[in-house]
Design a protein around this ligand. Structure first.
Ligand code: GRG
Length: 291
């Protein structure tokens, strides 16, 4: 199996479907333009790739999950637009391009995020209604919870509350399991649920959990390596963001070891889920990524 080729094919498939989905004529042009700007700005499409790959590996068809998987990318994009807002991280750049609020203004950026979240559930419900299968409702429930107050939004709130504080590694882990991990875990689980392989749920859940944490530790490592000076000496807090990170608490070497550990666990799960080796290579790719 040529992993890079396979990954590119999946990303292209998802990109083409996203372009189709977002081509909405029956809505004000400005909001669709703002939604498109961030949605089609070249992300890695990790969450839909995970959903599609796991569904396929467990015997489902791509068409069974493609729209559903794309809706997860809409939710991810909404979270990035809102995370970049002045009231949150106040970032001017995302994926090397001006952030949504810099281009369209704050009010439109807030609405574009809201619209992407709502549109995601329009797609999810359309799938559930068209396919008329219980598994789509179950997957919808998983996605809704993972993006909500017990998942991504809950994690974001804990993150905001922790600003400037020296938090424990356990608290950091708990925050990231919700903020970044929940949607990643849910993407994996939906693949399993839509493939109707309920007996694999525990392994897929474990995979998503391990991968989500490895992904976040790598994110912290990449952030540190992009600007090592910003780490406050022995403060446990990353100076630029005024937040604790895996690197600010554990140091760079321990963080790399921890990322390897979680990744190793995820790879053991991946081998059970996907015999083709794609998920295994995807896990490695995410650990060794440069952005
Ligand atoms: C505002 C409700 C709300 C939530 C925001 C997930 C999140 C919560 C904020 C994102 C901030 C961030 C950069 C977190 C680190 C991990 C992460 C989610 C990175 C971005 O995901 P990738 O690498 O992004 O999949 P691409 O650009 O490839 O889509």
């Amino acid at each position: 199996m040529d992993f890079q080729k396979e990954l590119m094919l999946k990303q292209e498939l998802i990109n083409r479907r996203l372009e189709k989905i977002i081509n909405e004529d029956d809505a004000p042009k400005k909001i669709v333009e703002a939604m498109k700007y961030s949605l089609l700005a070249g992300g890695k499409r990790i969450r839909p790739v995970l959903a599609v790959s796991i569904c396929e590996a467990l015997g489902g068809k791509i068409e069974d999950i493609l729209d559903f998987a794309c809706s997860i990318e809409l939710i991810h994009t909404y979270s990035l637009i809102h995370d970049d807002l002045p009231a949150m991280d106040n970032d001017d750049l995302r994926r090397g391009k001006p952030t949504n609020h810099v281009v369209f203004g704050e009010a439109t950026a807030i609405l574009a995020g809201d619209a992407l979240l709502n549109y995601a559930f329009e797609i999810i419900l359309k799938e559930a209604l068209d396919k008329n299968k219980y598994c789509y409702l179950k997957a919808a429930d998983i996605i809704a919870k993972s993006a909500g107050i017990k998942g991504m939004i809950g994690g974001q709130v804990i993150d905001l509350e922790s600003e400037g504080l020296n938090i424990s590694i356990e608290a950091l882990y708990n925050m990231h399991r919700k903020k970044t991990g929940a949607l990643i875990e849910a993407s994996c689980l939906c693949g399993c649920i839509i493939a109707q392989k309920e007996d694999m749920t525990d392994t897929v859940k474990e995979y998503g959990k391990n991968l989500g944490i490895a992904f976040q530790i790598v994110d912290d490592i990449l952030d540190y390596e992009g600007d090592p000076k910003k780490l406050g000496k022995n403060t446990g807090i990353d100076k630029k963001n005024n937040k604790s990170t895996f690197v600010s608490i554990l140091g760079i070497d321990e963080s790399k070891k921890l990322a390897q550990e979680y990744s190793k666990n995820a790879k053991n799960n991946a081998k059970i889920i996907d015999k083709s080796g794609f998920l295994l290579s995807l896990t490695d790719y995410l650990l060794n990524r440069e952005s």
